[in-house]
Design a protein around this ligand. Structure first.
Ligand code: SF4
Length: 289
């Protein structure tokens, strides 16, 4: 017996109350209280304690609730593969954005839509999308066919040496590349051949990406288009015929074709012809004022 228990016993004795008993665990139907034996004999105390002892015994005899059976868990294959996921239903394919939705987009929406576009097969092979660059409120639109590997890596339309040559060509007719000029492509994802070589976009790829280009043209408010390279000229006007030296029209906007700067880097004899094309474009733009 410890000191506090001994003091309690003395107080109870003085109050005419017998020994203090406390159940070691709660018993259903009995208050969780001290059971005080009336002062008197040991047998009196035993008589009071008997119901509690019986109740404790009865509680101990109640069988424990049967636990719910565990849900079966599929065992992972011993080789650690995830082939057991093959039976899971495939997620639904993303819904391509519609032409109508694109036609109502602002610049930010257009950029977001292009970044996650699945309108053509290039969406599954690209390593990144290539947006247009330059002034978003430009008279002049320069349109190539599609980004190449370097453009895709740099995430910039007409990057590298070809881009520098284009900027110099524009400078030669009094235009700054980032002022009143917007440069873009018919398709925003790189068309790559099976062997990894560059290729022109197909008619289907051009058609799928066309609403994005048309929205760029509308948002910039462009007044003249300079196509670079034969694939861009044919893809924009939807005609395979060579278009250099003439002014054609797209929805009322004059279109002038010239060489792609990459071709000009390889064939220096094209530069004089390209200068003639630029002069034609300059005159056409001035005539529209
Ligand atoms: Fe979409 Fe154009 Fe890229 Fe095709 S090329 S996935 S249409 S953004």
């Amino acid at each position: 017996m410890n000191q506090s228990t001994g003091r309690s016993a003395v107080f109870l004795e003085e109050m005419g109350v017998g020994a203090l008993w406390r159940l070691r665990q709660p018993v259903a139907g009995l208050p969780d209280a001290e059971l005080a034996a009336p002062a008197g004999s040991e047998s009196d105390a035993a008589d009071v304690a008997a119901p509690a002892v019986a109740a404790v015994a009865a509680a101990a005899a109640v069988p424990a609730a049967t636990p719910a059976p565990a849900r079966p868990v599929a065992a992972a294959p011993p080789d650690g593969s995830t082939a057991w996921f093959d039976d899971a239903p495939a997620p639904p394919p993303p819904v391509p954005v519609s032409d109508q939705a694109i036609a109502a987009m602002d610049w930010n929406e257009l950029k977001t839509a292009i970044a996650k576009c699945t309108r053509c097969q290039l969406g599954s092979s690209r390593k990144g999308v290539v947006f247009g660059r330059g002034d978003r409120n430009a008279d002049w639109l320069v349109v190539g066919s599609g980004p190449n590997r370097a453009d895709e890596r740099d995430a910039q339309a007409l990057s590298g040496a070809a881009g520098k040559l284009l900027d110099n060509m524009l400078l030669a007719i009094g235009l700054q590349a980032d002022n009143n000029v917007y440069v873009t492509n018919l398709v925003k994802c790189r068309p790559g051949a099976a062997d990894g070589a560059e290729r022109a976009p197909t008619a289907e790829e051009n058609a799928a990406c066309r609403p994005f280009l048309e929205r760029e043209l509308a948002l910039t408010g462009g007044r003249i288009i300079l196509t670079i390279g034969q694939a861009a000229a044919g893809g924009l006007i939807r005609s395979p015929a060579a278009a250099r030296g003439t002014v054609r029209r797209l929805g009322g906007i004059p279109v002038v074709a010239t060489y792609h700067p990459e071709d000009m880097l390889r064939q220096s004899d094209t530069k004089a012809k390209a200068w003639g094309d630029l002069c034609l474009a300059k005159r056409t733009h001035a005539a529209a004022d």
